[in-house]
Design a protein around this ligand. Structure first.
Ligand SMILES: CC(C)(COP(=O)(O)OP(=O)(O)OC[C@H]1O[C@@H](n2cnc3c(N)ncnc32)[C@H](O)[C@@H]1OP(=O)(O)O)[C@@H](O)C(=O)NCCC(=O)NCCS
Length: 201
């Protein structure tokens, strides 16, 4: 996968890019997870050791195809995104922007779009799925904007932070994908997007 620039995100005042993770990113990934910035809203267990992150990235390098991606701002790693083996079918997408200063500004939408395009066009997957906590409104807005549709509510699916949590299961198929064709910042600080339905990718 070539690095994909967030050219539509220039208003952020820095250069946003999505590219495959490399072994040189291991420390930043370890630190991102260890910061607990994504611990409350993701269902994976943290922290991860440098050895385990490095081994995972080394294995991926040997396999020759990317499934984990860095989200960078001026070459600094601010988050990660991945296409993992699925729970049900296709690939499972995960994402976390560790640096909260970059959330709610369109970076997640850009990264999810870039990684899904890679999944459909290069990996030729027929479906991308994900699970999101029902109260994670920012993530739900981001996924909906990228064309993901709700499929199911998995009730009391995971025990996390002292209680059982519902997960909304969502999926994206190439033939039903909405593309963000324009975005603008409103005066009240929110974003407005225009979508088009294009098929297939
Ligand atoms: C989920 C995540 C990747 C989304 O990335 P992002 O860059 O924040 O997403 P975007 O800015 O593209 O879109 C988020 C949207 O949610 C909106 N939003 C933010 N907080 C919100 C809230 N509390 N309620 C409703 N909407 C909210 C934003 O305004 C934005 O919508 P808009 O562009 O229409 O204004 C990021 O917030 C993150 O890393 N969160 C922590 C980890 C996580 O939850 N990962 C996902 C697990 S399923």
């Amino acid at each position: 996968m070539k690095a994909i620039d967030g050219s539509g995100l220039r208003a952020l005042g820095c250069h946003i890019c999505v590219r495959p993770l490399s072994t040189g990113d291991a420390r930043s990934v370890r630190d991102g997870f260890a910061s607990a910035a994504a611990a409350l809203t993701t269902r994976y267990s943290f922290p991860r050791s440098l050895a385990s992150v490095s081994a995972q990235l080394e294995l991926e390098r040997a396999r020759g195809h990317a499934q984990r991606f860095a989200i960078t701002a001026d070459e600094r790693l601010i988050g990660v995104c991945s296409l993992q083996p699925p729970l049900y079918s296709g690939k499972e997408l995960t994402i976390a922007i560790f640096d909260a200063g970059f959330r709610g500004r369109g970076v997640g939408t850009h990264a999810v779009g870039a990684v899904c395009r890679y999944g459909f066009q290069v990996l030729k997957t027929h479906r991308i799925e994900l699970g999101v906590y029902a109260d994670n409104h920012a993530a739900r807005a981001c996924y909906r904007r990228c064309g993901f549709r709700y499929e199911a509510r998995l009730r009391k699916f995971l025990y996390h932070d002292g209680g059982y949590r519902d997960i909304l299961w969502m999926s994206l198929l190439p033939a039903t994908r909405y593309i963000v064709v324009a975005g603008e910042r409103r005066q009240n600080g929110t974003n407005r997007y225009r979508h088009e339905l294009r098929s297939p990718m």
